[in-house]
Design a protein around this ligand. Structure first.
Ligand code: EPZ
Length: 418
């Protein structure tokens, strides 16, 4: 069975360079379906999910060339686009649903296998559908597929999202860029990945304003062109290495970051007593003086990210006293708790809150990565746990972290794949 093996490691010391953002590049790749002409994207991270998105684009009729060594991806729609994304692809990656908006805009039709729930929650797509319907798409659900058809051209509309869903904001934005008239999207998600997608679309010729705020205005245009774009750095990968440094009481310079995107993580680490020094495109994390407990509540951006909740929990497990983690984004994002308890953590779950009683140390154990961020938390726990930790189902981690073992080995961690 494939696994990561980790042995108790010294405090991490040195430098780590962050890769391009997974959750940004996947949407930008979907948006290339809208282009007349070739798109070139730089800083594309070599991740399992990126390879699934390449398969989807090829299935739909795009020519894709990915130079893994240079992290450069080129795409071009060569044939008439197909409109069906089959189940074997959406089953591999939930985010496949995000091609729907671009397909509707480009071909007037999209049929995508429903991704279903996953380890962190039911994850419905009602808000995506509400947005599409409001733009004039006839949406139906049959035999496990969601299908959208547009009679002539989508028309701009006023859409209010009940919750600032990242995926729905992106899908609606990609559908509205070629619609007739203006779309106003209210209570939109404000994550940096939304802003990155919008800036890609604007370069292509789209007319979008307000991305990164809660109200986005999209004035439809006739066509979009192929362009060059460089993906933003992955704020969650950066945050994960910041936490690995803090938990091991190390000192690491995290390079290739946009510090504003990391504000909530920086301020919580600062509150926990870790010294953070910000530079133009790097952050020095110095935890050699230790850390102490804080409470965390996950919220839509600019709140504390749900994708950092599991990793931060490891720091709280090893902090004196009782701390509370409240998860407000996903209904079931505590799968890592049982695994961390097998390593000696003392945690009680109470609905959407985890009550964490600090313990002096953790013990290595055989554990399972249930999703990619839970897997990252187990890696961090393994670095400080006494003895040997084995993490099974490592593919979850490969979905979202480029060469995690090599990057950590570079700062002194004892981690390898078997
Ligand atoms: C994106 O998922 C990210 N995935 C997630 O990262 C991230 O955790 C999440 O945003 C929140 O920041 C990608 O970008 C590929 P949402 P997404 O729509 O778009 C509910 C990771 O670890 N909801 O903002 O699916 C939903 O069930 C992943 O990299 C509806 O009810 O997130 C959830 O509870 C995991 N109806 C909440 O909103 C809808 O139509 C937030 O979901 C859509 C969402």
């Amino acid at each position: 069975m494939k696994k990561f093996v980790i042995e108790q490691s010294p405090p991490l010391l040195g430098e780590i360079t962050v890769s391009g953002a997974k959750n940004s590049v996947l949407k930008i790749m979907a948006a290339t379906l809208l282009a007349d002409g070739e798109c070139t994207i730089d800083d594309v991270p070599d991740l399992l999910d990126v390879h699934v998105m390449i398969e989807i684009l090829q299935e739909l009729g795009s020519e894709v060339h990915y130079d893994q060594a240079n992290g450069q991806l080129k795409t071009k729609v060569v044939d008439k686009l197909k409109h069906v994304v089959p189940y074997d692809l959406t089953a591999k990656m939930r985010a496949s649903i995000v091609v729907m908006g671009a397909l509707l805009a480009r071909t007037g039709r999209a049929k995508v296998a429903l991704p279903g729930g996953c380890a962190i929650g039911a994850r419905p797509i009602d808000l995506h559908i509400k947005g599409f319907s409001s733009l004039g798409v006839n949406v139906s659900m049959e035999h496990g597929f969601v299908e959208g058809r547009v009679k002539e051209r989508m028309h701009g509309s006023h859409i209010y999202l009940d919750f600032p869903s990242v995926g729905a904001t992106e899908n609606i934005m990609m559908a509205a860029v070629l619609a007739e008239g203006t779309t106003i999207l209210e209570n939109a998600a404000q994550e940096p990945e939304i802003t990155d997608l919008a800036s890609f679309l604007v370069k292509m010729g789209a007319n979008i304003s307000g991305a990164g705020t809660s109200t986005i205005r999209i004035k439809g245009v006739e066509k979009l062109n192929g362009v060059y774009h460089q993906v933003i750095p992955d704020r969650i990968e950066a945050g994960t290495y910041m936490l690995a440094t803090a938990v091991t009481k190390g000192k690491v310079l995290i390079k290739n970051v946009l510090t504003t995107h990391l504000r909530p993580v920086i301020s919580k680490l600062d509150e926990a007593g870790v010294t953070i020094t910000e530079y133009d495109d790097s952050i020095l994390v110095d935890a050699t003086k230790g850390f102490h407990k804080v409470d965390i509540t996950t919220l839509p951006y600019p709140g504390f990210p749900t994708d950092m909740q599991a990793q931060f929990m490891v720091l709280l497990i090893l902090s004196k006293g009782m701390s509370v983690v409240k998860e407000t984004i996903f209904e079931n994002r505590f799968m890592h708790v049982n695994e961390l308890m097998r390593m000696g953590a003392n945690i009680k779950l109470d609905g959407s809150s985890a009550l964490i009683q600090g313990v002096p140390g953790l013990e290595g154990a055989q554990v399972k990565a249930t999703d990619l961020r839970a897997g990252a938390a187990l890696v961090i726990a393994g670095l400080v746990a006494a003895g040997r930790t084995e993490i099974y189902e490592p593919d979850h981690i490969n979905r979202g972290f480029v060469s995690i073992e090599k990057k950590l080995q570079g700062v002194g961690a004892k981690i390898w794949r078997e």
